[in-house]
Write a protein that binds this ligand. Structure first.
Ligand SMILES: NC(=O)c1ccc[n+]([C@@H]2O[C@H](COP(=O)([O-])OP(=O)(O)OC[C@H]3O[C@@H](n4cnc5c(N)ncnc54)[C@H](O)[C@@H]3O)[C@@H](O)[C@H]2O)c1
Length: 288
């Protein structure tokens, strides 16, 4: 099925938190999706994760079993990038590292049809640097989903100076096909949401470290006092502390704003391998 975008086959590269969520969103919207991870097991695990989340929705009576089966049947997986060759749009969701992403988009550029679009899910990196690593800078943009991708209604569409209006218009239609509202944002570190959110998260770490209140009470304060659905420490652990550190570093490099200088406690937790929910422990601890 193709919606207003007219696309049918979409590739997703990366099998982490965002990759798995985006695969579910795109397959649920009726597109054929192929997910590529570095290992076969990693790629297969994404399909298993999506199947198990959909099964939970079926069990709760929120989704028809036939619809869940149809969604899973639209997802295929691979560890070979070359198998994405027939995709009309590829979304990259690998680690927030410019060199890794640059290598990846350049490899994708070599194998995809010249008309295909490459979109990055980067949180802060300059999209133009990825665009110019390809021979199709007019067909490279950002498509920034939020976490969890299945639940968050917004995507930011990042418009580097090199991108064509036709690319942005098509990606906007694709976002609408996926049931997302979109805003266009300039190619500046953090775009809108993260430019505002991450200095706040960093400030919450500093506040707790100064002993104003403990982490659990800081979370309770922002839930109960601001009606936020989550406190900052719950959110930091959901995002992942390694990803948070990279985002703050890029924001700080680009803006020079001391509010984005990563707090030392964040660096210590990342060094210790306490990365948040994905490792069972971050600022808070989680049962296995
Ligand atoms: N976590 C969030 O809340 C969030 C929200 C929006 C956007 N993002 C962005 O999405 C992207 C992925 O973030 P995530 O949270 O899914 O991270 P994650 O740590 O859950 O997953 C990272 C993925 O990158 C792969 N990877 C790691 N090193 C690699 C390498 N050297 N070469 C190729 N692949 C490699 C991993 O195998 C994994 O599939 C990042 O650009 C991040 O900034 C994250």
């Amino acid at each position: 099925m193709a919606g207003g975008s007219g696309l049918t086959r979409v590739g997703v590269v990366g099998s982490g938190i965002m990759g798995a969520g985006i695969v579910e969103v795109v397959a649920s919207a009726g597109f054929e999706v192929i997910v590529r991870a570095r290992t076969e097991e990693g790629a297969a695990a994404v399909v298993a994760q999506v199947a198990s989340r959909l099964q939970r929705s079926v069990d709760k009576g929120r989704l028809e079993a036939t619809e869940a089966d149809a969604t899973v049947s639209r997802i295929s997986h691979t560890s070979h990038l070359g198998e994405l060759a027939a995709c009309e749009l590829v979304l990259e969701t690998v680690i927030e590292d410019l060199e890794v992403k640059r290598r990846l988009v350049s490899e994708l550029d070599e194998l995809l049809d010249p008309s295909a679009i490459i979109a990055t899910n980067t949180s802060t990196l300059p999209v133009v640097e990825l665009a110019v690593a390809t021979t199709r800078p007019d067909r490279v943009c950002g498509l920034h989903f939020f976490n969890p991708a299945t639940a968050m209604p917004l995507v930011e569409i990042v418009t580097p100076v090199t991108v064509a209006e036709s690319t942005i218009a098509l990606v906007e239609r694709f976002a609408a096909d996926c049931g997302k509202e979109s805003i266009r944002v300039a190619d500046r570190a953090g775009f809108v949401v993260n430019a505002l959110l991450f200095p706040y998260l960093n400030a919450a770490i500093a506040l707790a470290e100064r002993g104003v209140a403990n982490r659990v009470d800081v979370d309770r304060a922002m839930r109960g006092g601001c009606n936020f659905p989550m406190g900052p420490f719950e959110l930091l652990d959901l995002i992942g502390l390694d990803t948070t550190l990279r985002i703050l570093e890029t924001l700080h490099r680009e803006t020079g704003d001391p509010a984005s200088l990563p707090h030392p406690e964040l660096r210590r937790l990342v060094a210790a391998g306490h990365l948040g929910r994905k490792t069972g422990r971050g600022f808070l601890e989680y049962g296995t």
